[in-house]
Each structure stands twice: as C-alpha cells, then as structure tokens.
Design a protein around this ligand. Structure first.
Ligand code: GLC
Length: 684
C-alpha cells in the first residue's frame, strides 16, 4: 500500500509516474514537526536495518552516518563525504516495523540515520513544501516493487551497451582511439565501445568536433563500427560563451540559459572556461538542447554520457571577485595566519559554492525558481532533454545514455555511472555496496569506473574490479588524464584479462534477459542478502555479498593480496569457480560459513537451489554472440524454469511474446519452448 502525504505546495518534480491519491492526516510511524522547515523522525530498534538512498556513500545498511541529498561534484568519495552525484530520497526500514519512505523534494534533504543519536532516524528539510510517500507491504521486495511502479519503468539500453567499454580522459585524436581498438583486438580481448571524453570537442564546446584531431568524423565512426566499436561521446552541461558559436548564440537569443535576478545570464567556469547553463527546467530550452544531439547522431553516434550536470562549476564570476577582494584587502607585511587561512579556504571553496547555486534562476512555466531550491533536478532534466530529443530524432531506436547526476525519476530516461571514484580497494567495495541501493531506485543500467578514475591502478586492482564489473550492466574501464594507463592491454601478461572479459560476453544474453525482465517487472538485478533471507540475521547483515538476477549469489574479492575470502551461504548452493572463460569447477556447498580460494583471474558464482546459470559461447563483440546455443549449469536434482528474453537489441517492442523462451528442467530432462534453441546441460 502506498500513502501520499502532501505538505504545502510542492514543486512538481515529475519523479512520480503513477498518480496516488493524497491521504489526509499525518503519516503512520513517523513523528512530524516544524512549520517553516519540516522534520520527520523515527525511533529505530537496535537491530533495524535501513536500506536505500541510491547513490550514497558507505554501507548497504545506511545506519550510523549522516547523508545529504544535494547532487555534488564530489571527486573524492572518502568515508566522510555526505553527498555524491545523485539525490535519491528513498529509505527502506526493516525491523520492528517494515516500511519504505520516499521524500519527493528537489532541494537539500538531510538524513541523520543514527548519527546524532544511535537509534534515531531524523530527516530534515529546510522547507515545508513536499510530498512524502509511505509504502508498506508483505516483504522488502514487495515494497521496492511498489516504489518502482510508483516512479515508473527503468530505461532500457541497446544490446551493445552490455558489452565492455574502454574510456579515458585524454584520448587526443583518432590515432589514440585506433590504438585502443588495436590494443584490445590484437590481444583477442573483447570490446564494444570506446568513449570519447571532452578531448574530442573543439575547445570543449558541446556538439562540436575538433576537426584537426578528429577529421572526417563521419567516416571515422563508420570505420570503427566496421571494427565492432561504438564511439560514445561525452556531453557537458555548460555551454561555452563564445561569439559565433551557434549553440551559445541560439541559447542567448532565445533566453534559454539560467539567469540571475537582474535578468543577465549566470556565468560559471567549467572545462571550456566561462559558460552558461542551459535552463533544463524550462520545457522549451530542454527541447532545444535535446534536439542538438542530432549533430552527432547524424555522424553515426548511438550513445552518449552526460556529465558535469549537478551542475558542476569550478568557479563563478562572483566567487572570483569575492576571493580577489579578500586578497587585495590583505596587507602581506602584517598578515598573520589567521588572515591568510580564510583566503586559502576561499580558494579551495571556489568550486560548487552554495552561494552560487543561490544566484541563478530557472524559468518554470513563466515562474522564476531559484536554483538551490530545485538543485537536484538539473542532471535529471539534462538527461531527460537528451532522451526526449533522441526519441524525436529516431523514435524507434534505443540509444545508450547515462548521466553523472540524477534524481529519482531520471531512471526512466537513462542510466548512471557512479562518478569519479579512485583506484582504491575501498572503492571496489563501495561499488559492490552501492549496486543494490541504485537498483531499489530504478537505476538498473549503472556501474562504476572500473579500475578507478583518479590515482594509479595496479593490475590486481583492475582484475578484481573487472571480476565484479562483469556483472554490472554498465561495464566500463575509465580513468583520469595523468594517471597510469589503465587499458587492460597496458599491463604485463594482459592475457590474464581475457578469461574475465570473455566470461562477461558469455554472460551477456543471460544478463540482458535478466535486465529487461527486471526493468519490465520493476524488480532488482542486485539485491542485499537480507531481501531474500529476511529472518537470517547473518545474511541480513552481510555487506559484501549480493544476490544477483534470478538465483545467483556473488561474493567478490575486494582486498589486495587476498588469496580468497570468507563466504556465508544462507542455504545450500552450487559453487562455481570460473578459472577461465571456458573452464570452471563446480562444488555443491552446504549452508554456513566457508573460505573459498580465488586467484586474481578467477570468478566465484553461487547458484541457488532450483536455479540455473545460462552461458553463451565466448565472443569478442556483442554482435558475434550466438544467441541460439547455450550451456545451462545447475544442480543434478534441480527442477525449475528460466525465462530467456531475446530481441533485436535496439527496437522498443519489449512486450512481444515472441521475445520470450521458456527453458525448463525437470527430472534431469531439459525442454525449451523454442525448438531452434540448442542447450547443453551441465548438471552437478
Ligand atoms: C569529470 C567526469 C569524468 C571525466 C572528466 C573529464 O570529472 O566525471 O568522468 O573524465 O570530467 O571530462
């Protein structure tokens, strides 16, 4: 059951897809207080678990910290960080009372989950206009399912987007891109996508191409596609201020950029230097910006990543003026540390200042709305602009599209990547913990920068990152300029990567099928163990193992120099250890605690009773995966059904019954509803 409580006159965020009638009175379970600002509190029992918050720092269980929903360009995801790039105000409390909660408010929300007082949950909103949804149901899964129906269906990418992608900030020209394709293809390592970071643009101007470094772009994308590689360019939020640059001139002439109170356009410094922010909350401006993606689709591009859309700013005119006046007001001959340190703080605080977010306005149906009040909707609406634009450009085609910043509701338009992580082992663990929370909020097409974005990756870190990444729908190796080269072929004995990458390609038809079913049925691909084994306290408090798809459990190794790890099995399972793309060991294991040895090139997977894993033959490109021949792995005495979804990979007719094949195993014999399907059963 979903109950909606309305306070004041909330801003229409369009997070919710399925209208719900308002319930009058005060919500069950929560104590509400405040008048100009609202505060919701809940007393937690010591063993209550609090799931949720989508793209947030720390654990699967969010207890013991304070989180702030305020989309932030936060390049260092250290443990003390309270905000990351997304704002996903969904909590799921499991315990004495089990319920879900969605707070639909587009500005700052603070979630104090046992931070100030160990057993108190308190949610603070500096405003009295918002919608609160309380969701109850028979199980955690049913609550998530209802929430997902409320916020609408998840974005579905094309089939090729499930391949492996290589990215790096700093690929300067076509030769660099070709070298990446060569590097992978020469070593027989699969690859479907190479990402173009800001370097492909002319002076970092959106919807331009640097023709010196990327001449005849049309021919280049065609040539790369011939080689099975899709090029995926980045699009940034800020539009460079430059006379004669058509996007700037058009935006200026139509008044499509965010304005200050005095009517002038707000200026922020981002990669291109001084920029204006397109007003993504203005419908007309959004349509205009979305239509611009055509410039690249006409040149053979079929995927995009939207970046810097918190929106991120390195500085503003106002911030610089403030800094300079502090500098000039300081007499160096007499200044003490107390005079200089505030200047140092001003310099380090120049980026993404709250004061700057209060300086500009959106034009929402003719009403000016100050940016900080609806801050969390900017990236959401940039990606919506792209999605809706692409829908007009090619209505029948799916494009690859994901964003850095997001709010609940953006999952209908694109996926997300989890931003600028580091080549740290703790960030591999963060990636593992974040996936189920993202799925709860509808973000199914998601993943981290594998290997880590900042800092230097070591080969063992990349191998372990990839061993988890082969299960994340978005599987991309991305790194920052100036860091050690991180493409798989750059490391010694790079054939060590082959087994992992080719195993991903063996998994793709299964992963794709499970993904589409999860999107269409509002279920999750990654789940905390506690979602299935609600009454098993060890399972419910396990933070480093995940349930995956229909009937698998993952237990990735995430520590350097580990030769394996401890695994808890909440029930008997079949343990598979992939030792290469084609070989694996299969051992039935009993419920309880085990230590498994896992070398750097191995992948452990656990199959639950009466469930199966389906593998295709290995291939080096999604377009070469044979979708008619599979190996099914399960236990000897298993009986069960697996529904396999297959389609052409780019159309949108998901509902056609012809896409579904039923594969059934009973009494050791295998049947399938598609006689053309060739399945070899490997039962143990
Ligand atoms: C931002 C993005 C990162 C990208 C860089 C340069 O930091 O998060 O992925 O490589 O900008 O465009």
């Amino acid at each position: 059951m979903i109950q909606k409580y309305r306070y004041g006159h909330p801003f229409e965020t369009e997070a919710v897809f399925m209208p719900v009638k308002e319930t009058l009175g005060q919500p069950n379970f929560l104590t509400v207080s405040g008048d100009k600002a609202l505060s919701f509190s809940y007393h937690m029992s010591p063993n209550d678990i609090v799931y949720g918050l989508g793209e947030a720092n720390r654990g699967i269980n969010k207890r013991g910290f304070r989180y702030k929903s305020f989309c932030s360009d936060e390049p260092s995801h250290s443990e003390d960080k309270e905000s990351l790039y997304g704002a996903h105000n969904f909590l799921l409390i499991k315990g004495t009372i089990t319920f879900g909660l969605f707070l639909d408010y587009p500005g700052l929300v603070t979630f104090d989950i046992g931070y100030t007082h160990l057993n108190e949950l308190s949610i603070e909103v500096p405003d009295c206009n918002l919608d609160l949804y309380i969701i109850t149901g028979a199980s955690l899964l049913s609550i998530v399912n209802q929430f997902r129906k409320l916020i609408g269906p998840s974005y579905i990418p094309p089939y090729f987007a499930f391949g492996f992608g290589q990215s790096r900030w700093g690929y300067q020209n076509t030769a660099d891109i070709k070298a990446v394709a060569d590097g992978y293809q020469k070593h027989n390592l699969p690859l479907d996508m190479i990402y173009l970071d800001i370097d492909y643009m002319d002076h970092y101007k959106d919807f331009t191409i640097n023709e010196e470094r990327f001449p005849n772009f049309n021919d280049f994308t065609a040539e790369m596609k011939e080689r099975g590689i899709h090029l995926i360019p980045i699009i940034d939020a800020g539009v460079k201020i430059e006379d004669g640059y058509s996007i700037y001139e058009e935006g200026k002439a139509s008044g499509y950029f965010c304005k200050k109170e005095d009517g002038s356009f707000f200026t922020a410094g981002v990669w291109p230097g001084r920029t204006h922010f397109p007003d993504m909350l203005n419908k007309e401006a959004r349509e205009w910006f979305g239509s611009k993606y055509e410039f690249l689709t006409l040149q053979g591009i079929d995927g995009f990543w939207n970046d810097m859309n918190e929106p991120a700013m390195f500085y503003s005119d106002e911030g610089i003026k403030d800094l300079l006046s502090a500098v000039f007001a300081t007499d160096l001959s007499t200044a003490s540390a107390d005079d200089i340190l505030p200047i140092r703080d001003k310099i380090s605080g120049l980026s993404n200042r709250l004061e700057d977010y209060k300086l500009f306005y959106h034009n929402v149906n003719g009403t000016p709305i100050r940016h900080d009040m609806i801050h969390n909707l900017y990236g959401y609406n940039m990606t919506r602009a792209a999605y809706e634009g692409l829908e007009k450009i090619a209505p029948k085609k799916r494009f690859l599209l994901f964003s850095r910043s997001s709010y609940i509701g953006m999952h209908r338009y694109g996926g997300i990547w989890t931003g600028d992580n580091s080549s740290w082992w703790s960030h591999l663990l963060l990636n593992i913990k974040m996936m189920p929370s993202l799925n709860m909020c509808g973000f199914l097409y998601s993943g981290a920068d594998l290997g880590g974005f900042s800092c230097n990756a070591t080969k063992d870190l990349l191998l372990r990152f990839l061993a988890f990444g082969i299960f994340t729908p978005l599987m991309r190796n991305h790194s920052a300029i100036g860091t050690r080269n991180q493409e798989c072929y750059q490391f010694e004995d790079c054939e060590d990567f082959k087994g992992l990458l080719r195993l991903r390609y063996r998994l793709i038809p299964y992963l794709y099928s499970e993904f589409i079913k999860a999107a269409l049925n509002n279920t999750m691909l990654f789940m905390p163990l506690g979602f299935l084994y609600e009454d098993d306290p060890i399972a419910a408090h396990t933070e480093d193992q995940l349930l995956f798809a229909d009937g698998l459990m993952l237990a990735p190794v995430y520590e350097q120099n580990a030769i394996g790890r401890h695994v808890y099995l909440p029930e008997d399972m079949l343990y598979l250890k992939f030792t290469s793309e084609n070989t694996y060991e299969a051992v039935p294991l009993t419920k309880g605690h085990h230590y498994i040895e896992v070398s750097l090139t191995e992948v452990p997977v656990f199959i639950r009773k009466n469930h199966f894993l389906l593998l295709a033959d290995a291939a080096n490109s999604t377009s070469h995966i044979d979708q008619t021949t599979f190996t099914l792995i399960g236990e000897k005495d298993a009986s069960g059904t697996l529904t396999l979804y297959r389609d052409d990979g780019f159309s949108k007719d998901y509902d056609s019954p012809s896409h579904y094949t039923t594969i059934q195993l009973a009494d050791g014999s295998l049947t399938s509803s598609d006689p053309a399907l060739h399945i070899i059963a490997n039962l143990y």
